[in-house]
Design a protein around this ligand. Structure first.
Ligand code: ADP
Ligand code: MG
Length: 315
C-alpha cells in the first residue's frame, strides 16, 4: 500500500494552515460522493486521502469493494480501516484469528451493521448503510442461519419464505413484458425456482421434511439454497462448513465451484485452513480489524506476518 505525499506533509512540524489539505478534504469529498458531512476526526493521516479514494474507480471485474471500513462497538474497534476488493467469478477467502473482525466486516457489507465510517461499493454503486434487503435487491446476499422457529416448517416452506426473491420477480416481469401475472402464476414460478434450487443442492428429496429435522450439513445446504433463490451476483458465506460432515462438505464445495463457473462471486469466511488453501484462489487475511495480507494461497502460507498473527492468537 502506498502512502500519500499528503500524509507525510500532515506529519511534518509545519503548523497547519487554513487551506491545509486536511481541512479542504471533507467538502471535496461530499461534493464528489454526494454524501453527508464527513467524520473528520476519524481520518487516519497514514491512510489514502478520501479525495484520492473517491477519484479511484473500482478496477473492472471487481463487483465488491470495501474502502477504509471501520466499525466501533462502544470503545471497541472491531474493524479498523479495512480495504479490499473481490474479483468477479472468484472464490475469495477471508481469514484471520478469532476476533479479527471478519464477521463484523460481513455484517457491515450486508447491511446488518451500519459502519462507523468507510464505504462499500457493489458494481461501483455505493451500498454503505443500506438495509439488508436493499442490498440483496442489488445482488449481494449472505447466508443466514435458519431461525429456530422455522424448524417447524418444511424445507420447501422455508424456501418459499426466502427473502422475497424480488430480483427474480423483476426478471419474470421482464420476460413477460406488459403481462399482468396473477399472484398464482407468480407463486408457481417461485415454487418452480425453489424446486430447481433444491435439486441443484441435491436436497429436493427433503422438501417435505421439517427443517428442524435436518442434519447440520443439510441445514447449510438449505441456507445456501435460500440465499441463491434471490438470484444474487455476489454471495458472502460465513463459516458455511461449520458442523458439516465430510461428505456434505464435499458436496457444498462442489456446488460453490459449480456456481462460480456460472459467474457467481463468493467471499468465504472459513476457519478450516485446508479448505481455504485448497479452494480459494485468493486470500485476504484480517488481523485486529485490519487487512494484514491479500495474496494467493501459496504466498499467504509463507507470509511471516500472517504466521505470527495466528501463532500469537488463541485460534
Ligand atoms: P471474527 O469474526 O473475526 O472472529 P468478529 O467480527 O466477530 O471477529 O469480532 C471482532 C471484535 O468485535 C471482537 O472483539 C468481538 O468481540 C467484537 N464484536 C463483534 N460483534 C460485536 C457486537 N455486536 N457488539 C460488541 N462487540 C462486538
Ligand atoms: Mg466470526
Amino acid at each position: 500500500m502506498s502512502e500519500s505525499t499528503e500524509a507525510s506533509a500532515a506529519e511534518s512540524d509545519t503548523p497547519a494552515t487554513e487551506d491545509d489539505a486536511a481541512t479542504a478534504a471533507p467538502d471535496t469529498r461530499s461534493a464528489i460522493e454526494g454524501k453527508g458531512p464527513a467524520t473528520v476526526g476519524e481520518i487516519d493521516p497514514e491512510a489514502e486521502s478520501d479525495v484520492e479514494r473517491a477519484a479511484r474507480e473500482t478496477p473492472p471485474g471487481r463487483p465488491l469493494r470495501v474502502d477504509d471500513l471501520r466499525k466501533e462497538f462502544g470503545g471497541l474497534t472491531a474493524v479498523d480501516g479495512a480495504s479490499f476488493d473481490v474479483e468477479e467469478g472468484s472464490l475469495t477467502g477471508l481469514i484471520g484469528p478469532n476476533g479479527a473482525g471478519k464477521s463484523t466486516t460481513f455484517n457491515c457489507i450486508t447491511g446488518v451493521h451500519t459502519p462507523t465510517s468507510g464505504s462499500v461499493h457493489l458494481y461501483n454503486e455505493e451500498i454503505t448503510g443500506l438495509r439488508p434487503h436493499e442490498i440483496a435487491d442489488r445482488g449481494l446476499v449472505r447466508t443466514f442461519q435458519i431461525a429456530r422457529e422455522l424448524g417447524d416448517m418444511t424445507v420447501l416452506e422455508n424456501m418459499l419464505l426466502a427473502p422475497k426473491a424480488q430480483r427474480g420477480e423483476a426478471l419474470w416481469r421482464s420476460v413477460l413484458p406488459g403481462a399482468r401475472q396473477s399472484v398464482r402464476a407468480q407463486e408457481r414460478e417461485l415454487r418452480e425456482r425453489a424446486w430447481e434450487t433444491l435439486e441443484f443442492f441435491e436436497i429436493d428429496h427433503l422438501a417435505e421434511e421439517y427443517a428442524g429435522n435436518l442434519s447440520g450439513g443439510q441445514r447449510k445446504l438449505l441456507e445456501m439454497a435460500r440465499a441463491l433463490l434471490t438470484d444474487p451476483e455476489v454471495v458472502l458465506l460465513d463459516e458455511p462448513l461449520a458442523g458439516v460432515n465430510p461428505t456434505l462438505e464435499e458436496k457444498l464445495l462442489d456446488r460453490i465451484h459449480e456456481l462460480r463457473k456460472q459467474g457467481y462471486t463468493f467471499l468465504l469466511v472459513e476457519h478450516d485452513m485446508d479448505v481455504i488453501m485448497d479452494n480459494c484462489e485468493r486470500i485476504i487475511v484480517m488481523h485486529r480489524g485490519r487487512v494484514l495480507a491479500d495474496d494467493a494461497p501459496a504466498a499467504i502460507k509463507e507470509n511471516e506476518e500472517v504466521i505470527e498473527a495466528y501463532l500469537g492468537a488463541n485460534v
